[in-house]
Write a protein that binds this ligand. Sequence first.
Ligand code: AHG
Ligand code: MN
Ligand code: MN
Length: 336
Amino acid sequence: MSRTSLTRFLIEEEQNKRINADLRQLVAVVARACTSIAIAVSKGALGGVLGDAGTGNVQGEAQKKLDVISNEILLEANAWGGHLAACASEEMDHSQPVPSEYPQGDFLLLFDPLDGSSNIDVNVSVGTIFSVLRAPAGVKQPGDEHFLQPGVQQVAAGYCIYGPSTMLVLTVGHGTHAFTLDRETGAFILTQRNMQVPADTKEFAINMSNQRHWEAPMQGYVADLLAGKEGSRGKDFNMRWIASMVADVHRILTRGGIFIYPWDKKDPGKAGKLRLMYEANPMALLVEQAGGAATNGRERILDLQPTQLHQRVPVFLGSKNEVAQATRYHTDHDAN
Ligand code: AHG
Ligand code: MN
Ligand code: MN
């Protein structure tokens, strides 16, 4: 049986006019950087890569050594590619244009270099999330404002999960496809074409410890899930929470479910925990391209007009009918 590598898949996408050569190379460079991150992550304590870096990021979060290492790997891999105009990252206050002495390209790359990094010291799956936008025409040396495009304008999005196996899950706007890293050859091999999220589910993912901080429609929705067969939903639900968005979303893309990180009043100034530009938007595109849905509880995530590079957003994503249910609790509440 002939195997389809990521390289071949991307060339075929280019032949089918779904991507151009620059975007093909950009995705290949990101995949190569993820392979390097996978190696660093898998060394664990032997590589001296665990623990805190002793620094903080712009969001006031303590950085892990691997947050910093992964960010540097992605920046370095992309610097000389010639396909990028600028990069932005969870771990950098502002976007960085590709220096003018380097080869320039048309794309903007955003990433969460290491998602779920609080799990790294306990040997639980973590990942890298990325999103690709086009630099506005005629803009040389783009700044933060040029990244503020709604998620529907993403030309590619994906994540790499560093778990028992390393997998890259990718969309260029024509379905969501999964590739597994063959560690012997270093190639990503297509292992699932056109992933499909089942429309209905009995599984939800949420950090229940925040329950008392949620708004009324969230309280109502989750109370009905917990009531199970005896409640208005008429079925029992199961709960899973890995606390690595990449791992939770990977489960949902594989077997369905709903993932929720709602707004809560712990810190009313923040619109939820997750970031729109490099967590919610790429995941929303991947999930929609697999037949699922993603909202902020009220509106489609991909339609939101960003106002800040690091802005946060409530997230409800996964099985289409369940996301519609959860969203209805919020919109019905607002209407009354
Ligand atoms: P990051 O490690 O990039 O800061 O993201 C962590 C996110 C996400 O991966 C996860 O779903 C969520 O934070 C976990 O939140 P809790 O700490 O509330 O469980
Ligand atoms: Mn993250
Ligand atoms: Mn992160």
